[in-house]
Design a protein around this ligand. Structure first.
Ligand code: SF4
Ligand code: SF4
Length: 291
């Protein structure tokens, strides 16, 4: 199974929950950080990185000598990543989505495939658990192509081994967040009982409910703020799978880089129960699927 830990906004404790789930998950799995703009899971898990792989994307490179200025490529590109200024053909690699259409359509073979570096994939392990992390190149604007490559390589690996995947997804509800959760089985949404947390939880629900995934809530800093978040979850039939109490001690443990599940028996029990609920939910789905 694939489970994504997501949140409507940053700073809710999403990575803390992902790291703690990784600490108690009862069956073989890969811990994956797809928050490629700010991959922080490694700070909690301290993986041994075995190798780093560069990931790039094909972008067109123009040969002005061959170009007859027919405009076919310009008219094809939906992203304005190639244009003609008078008789000068210009390409804008940062805007290119790598579809390859312009290269295929050029009647003069004036466009060939070059590479734009997107970022890196770090492969490693935490004990006997596999670890993978994407890291976007500084200055790169588009994270989904790197995330797609990360997911595709991971899937190839997992087709040979039957293992679960725990994904630390990017925060928010924009394209990268949706991309990270869209082919998972279960989404764990981390929020907090504050007006900001509730606002972003509503956005996250609007973005993720249409994906038709199993979804449950982890309420971080429970006891802080109001009970509106409980009422919202009830109205949307969203189960609250775990509550992490609000305390200075827990905040300090987090700030010092501790994995909460390893910090105290009380916290460990919360995450063990959370992992059991996620697995039970998935088991029910599998049984319904096979019924
Ligand atoms: S590869 Fe696709 S996105 Fe990139 S410039 Fe060509 S047509 Fe546009
Ligand atoms: S399709 Fe080829 S020949 Fe036509 S404008 Fe583009 S690069 Fe030039």
């Amino acid at each position: 199974m694939k489970v994504a830990i997501a949140s409507g906004k940053g700073g809710t404790g999403k990575t803390t929950v992902a790291a703690s789930l990784a600490a108690v998950w009862p069956q073989p799995f890969y811990a994956v950080d797809l928050d490629v703009e700010e991959p922080n899971l490694r700070l909690f898990l301290n993986p041994n990185v075995h190798f780093v792989e560069k990931v790039g994307m094909e972008v067109p490179v123009a040969d002005e000598r061959k170009c007859t200025h027919c405009r076919a490529c310009v008219e094809l590109c939906q992203f304005n990543a190639i244009s003609l200024l008078g008789e000068t053909l210009m390409t804008f690699p940062e805007m290119c989505h790598g579809c390859g259409g312009c290269i295929a359509i050029c009647p003069e073979n004036a466009l060939s495939a070059g590479q734009r570096e997107l970022g890196e994939l770090h492969w490693g392990s935490v004990g006997s658990t596999g670890f993978m992390m994407g890291r976007l190149r500084v200055g790169e604007a588009m994270s989904p192509p790197l995330m797609r490559e990360a997911k595709s390589k991971l899937q190839t690996l997992l087709n040979r081994k039957n293992q679960d995947i725990i994904i630390d997804a990017p925060p928010g509800v924009s394209c990268p967040a949706v991309n990270a959760v869209m082919d998972t089985d279960v989404i764990v949404l981390v929020t907090e009982p504050t007006p900001f947390g509730l606002y972003d939880l509503k956005l996250a629900c609007d973005a993720f409910v249409p994906l038709n995934k199993r979804m449950g809530i982890v309420l971080n800093r429970a006891g802080l703020g109001t009970d509106e978040v409980y009422r919202f979850c009830e109205s949307r039939h969203l189960p609250i799978w775990a509550e992490i109490p609000y305390s200075r001690e827990i905040a300090e443990a987090y700030a010092n880089g501790h994995v909460l599940a390893d910090y105290s028996q009380e916290l460990r029990s919360i995450f063990v129960a959370l992992s059991s609920k996620i697995l039970a939910t998935h088991r029910v789905d599998l049984e319904n699927c096979h019924a």
